[in-house]
Write a protein that binds this ligand. Structure first.
Ligand SMILES: [Zn+2]
Ligand SMILES: [Zn+2]
Length: 143
């Protein structure tokens, strides 16, 4: 009956080997699943980061709009006698103009720009310094 015991031995070995193999396979599968989960999470994180920076930009816009709305200092016409930028005195021929962004008063030459602001979608008058600042901010927002 030696052949039979050999056979049994072989079968046992075979069984344990295949069991080990199955264990390995299931372990590998688990690792793969984990890796997939990690990958998914990374993507979700990246998406979240994108949304975060988007909403940050929106908050900045809202802040800007608030500033514009509160007008920071919406100077009264009477209080301004000189252009804030070139400091030329206003007169009948040198009219006063409000910058819609900072609310200061400028002569026509120093506020001869129109830009859409967060507070108003259609272009409005802005002073030279606000114009430069807004243009620069606009172009730095473009990826
Ligand atoms: Zn001026
Ligand atoms: Zn301005």
């Amino acid at each position: 009956m030696e052949a039979e015991t050999e056979d049994k031995k072989f079968k046992q070995e075979y069984m344990s080997k295949s069991e080990n193999l199955q264990k390995e396979i299931s372990q590998k599968e688990k690792q793969l699943q984990l890796r997939n989960i990690c990958h998914d999470q990374e993507e979700a994180l990246q998406e979240l980061a994108c949304k975060l920076s988007e909403s940050k930009l929106k908050i900045e816009d809202i802040k800007e709009a608030n500033k514009a709305l509160q007008g920071q200092v919406w100077l009264k016409d009477k209080e301004a006698t000189h252009c804030k930028l070139c400091e030329k005195e206003f007169s009948l021929s040198k009219r006063k103009h409000h910058c819609r962004n900072c609310g200061e008063i400028f002569c026509n030459a120093c506020s001869d720009n129109e830009l859409p602001l967060p507070s108003s979608p259609k272009p409005v008058r802005v002073c030279d310094s606000c114009h430069a600042f807004l243009i620069q901010r606009c172009s730095s927002n473009v990826p």
